[in-house]
Ligand binder design. Structure first.
Ligand code: BEZ
Length: 254
């Protein structure tokens, strides 16, 4: 299965900045786990508009960002990060980086083996890979609400929940198979307050609704929002996305 271009190329930079800032704001523990050092060369996979890449630069490393979204790469460059439009499934790098870092991107990639093979090939001997992305159980209620709405509307076709949310065990197996030694891996439930699930759905589910017309898409979002009121909304806390992060650090063997 392929990296979902329909989804990743339709990021709307302004909406993302307004309603999904938490994606990079909550990722500092992953940057801390990376522990970038002065003079290191680091590849930031799924750099978005460059927020975390620039934080890594601030900590003394040289960063090259890649992202599938042209708009995000343009924004990253405007913000001062060196970046290119590129897919992790199609990267040319050979032994160039001291570390590969990735936040909130690898759950969009349906070919985890190919992604990891390309990551390993990009690393210098002894290099490290640090990532955080959706793990097993991530956005479970949201995905189930989407499934319910698709089942209610056979005219919507088949529900394709294309995200990759592995368990620590399954991901460790893949990494170890590709000559990476896992030094840390943890599944971290991280319920995340968001402003309104309607914005979340508009930003993140274009891949699910890409074959629906405008009216169907509006109906889909409205009904999913209704479904989620019982699981992801309270008067006191407002909307909460049921995120579960998989945080991992691995080092090249040998
Ligand atoms: C995530 O960051 O976990 C995520 C975002 C959008 C859709 C699915 C998962």
């Amino acid at each position: 299965m392929k990296h979902n271009k329909a989804q990743t190329n339709t990021w709307h930079a302004e909406n993302y900045r307004k309603h999904a800032r938490f994606v990079s704001e909550l990722a500092m523990p992953a940057v801390d786990l990376l522990a970038p050092k002065s003079g290191e060369k680091i590849l930031d996979l799924g750099c978005g508009e460059g927020t975390l890449g620039l934080e890594i630069v601030r900590r003394g490393s040289e960063v090259f960002g890649v992202d599938l979204s042209e708009k995000m790469v343009a924004k990253a460059r405007a913000n001062g990060l060196e970046a290119e439009v590129m897919s992790v499934t199609n990267m040319p790098f050979r032994a160039e980086f001291d570390a590969v870092f990735s936040n909130a991107m690898l759950h969009w990639v349906r070919e985890p083996e190919l992604a990891v093979a390309n990551i390993v090939r990009a690393l210098k001997p002894g290099g490290r890979f640090v990532a955080e992305f959706g793990g097993a159980g991530n956005v479970h209620h949201i995905v189930e609400a989407m499934r319910t709405v698709f089942t209610r509307h056979p005219e919507f076709g088949i529900f394709d929940d294309f995200w990759y949310f592995p368990t620590p065990e399954a991901y460790t197996e893949i990494l170890e198979r590709h000559d990476l030694s896992v030094t840390y891996i943890e599944l971290i439930p991280r319920p995340t307050p968001i402003d309104d699930i309607a914005h979340w759905l508009a930003i993140f589910t274009n891949g699910v609704t890409k074959h629906l017309d405008e009216a169907q898409t509006a109906m889909f979002r409205q009904e999913v929002r209704e479904e989620l009121k019982s699981t992801n909304y309270t008067e006191d806390e407002g909307w909460v996305a049921d995120y579960v992060r998989l945080r991992v650090r691995a080092i090249m063997k040998g």
